[in-house]
Design a protein around this ligand. Structure first.
Ligand code: B12
Length: 495
């Protein structure tokens, strides 16, 4: 029997934003690998399939161009991953595939399909919707359906027939038993990211665990934490470093520092590998950091630690269920900085019941902290979150237009805000966000830090955009070294 051919795809996500320069985007931007697809491909291959990844992002492929590449490979099964804002784009690509060859079995998974499987199942171009971890369901689908040329498994294009089948994981899923993600399927030269001190490097996303035990009101989380085998995780990093030339690692666990002893042991193993010119960054939590842990991260060449600070208002922090307080955040920033790393914080403006005073408290707090990199976004209440339900019930915040509640392409987090609170219109929220960025990035300490990164060799113009945005707004001119940075050519999607 021939091996079934499985194409795994993601549409380009940079075109989503459409806020930069009229639908164009930067050619020299940071691009992250489709880690979910690499995981699925690894498992599917182990189970006998031939797998390939079709990623629309590096070449900014249109949906049609992506579908064409997929069809040219003549797969039996095509699996798309999708988040909420790109679900329409993803369905469009899926439609092109189905129209190109109706006998291909199409499968849609990812966070949007996980929280709203029935919604996705209504689309006639989709045969199967996978809700949750996709490895085991995918294997089951491939075993049951025969795929292209097989016995009538898929629905025809334009079919108004019953829903696609929704498939959920059966039985306990053991992440520690999964094979290594199929990194060999990607050309890592397509995935550059800005290393703080050296500029653009080959990057890779890696995860030692999935899921998060906390329930922040704004996050669509997957319940329960699934851990990988720590040795496998270290081996994955070594492989990427030695075989794929990766020098910048994004440790994308929701909370990498969750299990302290485990993390310390992972870091010790990594240090033994002597990957001297590799740099790392991870996501942490303000209340789970301490000096010893941070010293170990630094000794392992971690250069950046991200934490969600979210708000400078105690009332907002309490309501968002995070269990993190302002003192936690203060201490975390100071400790990260003292350990010699960059604290990178995220803030949200537009929590339920946000007022001008609470938003101002966030702006002020961001500047009080020992912080060098901050990300400010206006609240986007993703489906599957507590704030989404609150926005639907108009409890403390509401959608600017009621129809936004199901217009997924507007859930972009950048560009036009889609919510308002009693006191703040969407325009007020965006104005506050822009002021937060401007004031943060025109602080002296922040400028000096960025200047030191420039001197250290980081010439990525893409990287300095927030700083330059702030300078333009406040002083009406570019940062002094703007013209010495590498170009950021604007490009359109390719058909
Ligand atoms: C890395 C990451 C990114 C990266 C890469 C995203 C990508 N598309 O590959 C970048 C920085 C680009 C990014 C951007 C955004 N992201 Co993001 N991102 C993440 C993060 C931290 C990890 C994703 C990941 O790789 N997880 C690990 C894999 C193994 O898990 P998984 O994705 O859930 O996949 C499993 C299942 O869902 C399923 N599955 C997934 N795809 C498929 C496909 C098939 C065929 C099958 C069968 C199964 C299947 O099987 C997988 C393995 O078991 C998650 C948070 C998280 N921890 O998951 C947020 C998360 C996915 N992002 C989120 C958001 C909101 C965004 C942005 C919209 C934010 C923004 N405006 O910039 C954009 C959207 C861009 C886009 N279209 O992807 C939200 C999504 C919420 C939602 N309802 O959509 C999340 C959940 C964070 C959160 N909790 O709020 N993101």
């Amino acid at each position: 029997m021939t091996r079934p051919k499985l194409a795994l795809a993601r549409v380009n996500y940079s075109q989503l934003y459409k806020v930069y320069d009229g639908g164009k985007t930067y050619k020299q931007r940071d691009i992250l690998t489709p880690y979910q697809l690499l995981n699925l491909a690894g498992t599917a291959r182990e189970q006998g399939a031939e797998a390939a990844i079709f990623d629309g992002e590096p070449d900014l492929l249109t949906e049609e161009a992506l579908a064409k590449r997929i069809l040219d490979w003549r797969p039996d099964f095509v699996g798309f991953t999708s988040t909420t804002p790109d679900i329409e784009q993803t369905l469009e690509a899926c439609r092109f595939v189905k129209e190109g060859d109706a006998s291909i079995v199409t499968i849609l998974g990812g966070v949007h399909a996980t929280v709203l499987p029935e919604d996705v199942a209504r689309h006639s171009c989709v045969d199967y919707v996978v809700a949750g971890d996709g490895e085991e369901p995918l294997a089951r689908i491939m075993a049951q359906a025969k795929g292209r040329g097989g016995a009538g498994t898929s629905r025809a294009a334009g079919d108004t027939m019953p829903l696609a089948k929704i498939v959920r994981p059966q039985g306990p899923f053991d992440l520690s038993k999964q094979p290594m993600p199929a990194h060999d399927l990607l050309d890592y030269r397509d995935y550059p990211f800005t290393d703080l001190t050296r500029g653009r490097m080959n990057t890779a996303s890696v995860m030692s665990s999935r899921g998060c035990p906390f329930s922040c009101s704004f996050c669509a989380r997957t319940p329960g934490v699934r851990y990988r085998d720590a040795g496998e995780f270290v081996a994955e990093i070594e492989y990427l470093y030695r075989e794929k030339g990766v020098r910048y690692f994004f440790v994308y666990d929701d909370v990498f520092v969750m299990k302290r002893a485990r993390v310390l042991s992972i870091l010790e193993h990594l240090r033994r590998l002597n990957l001297s010119d590799a740099h790392f960054q991870c996501q942490a939590r303000a209340n789970l950091l301490d000096e010893e842990l941070l010293a170990a991260l630094r000794a392992t060449n971690f250069v950046r630690v991200s934490i969600g600070i979210e708000s400078g208002s105690e009332a907002m922090l309490e309501r968002c269920n995070k269990g993190v307080t302002k003192p936690h955040c203060r201490t975390a920033c100071t400790l990260i900085r003292a350990a010699g790393m960059e604290p990178r914080a995220s803030f949200i403006i537009g929590f339920p019941y946000e007022t001008r005073a609470t938003a101002e408290a966030t702006i002020a707090f961001s500047q009080e902290l020992d912080l060098l990199h901050a990300n400010f976004t206006v609240m986007t209440p993703y489906p599957g979150t507590i704030v989404y339900d609150m926005a639907c019930r108009q409890e403390g915040l509401r959608f600017v237009k009621p129809e936004y509640a199901r217009e997924w392409s507007v859930f972009r987090r950048w560009g036009e805000p889609i919510v308002e609170t009693d006191e703040l219109s969407s325009r007020d929220l965006e104005a506050l966000r822009e002021r937060a960025v401007t004031e943060f990035y025109t602080q002296d300490k922040v400028f000096r830090y960025y200047e030191s990164l420039f001197r250290g060799g980081n010439r990525s113009r893409y990287f300095y955009r927030p700083l330059n945005f702030a300078w333009q707004r406040k002083f009406g001119r570019d940062i002094p070294f703007w013209d010495h940075l590498d170009a950021t050519e604007l490009i359109e999607a390719h058909s």
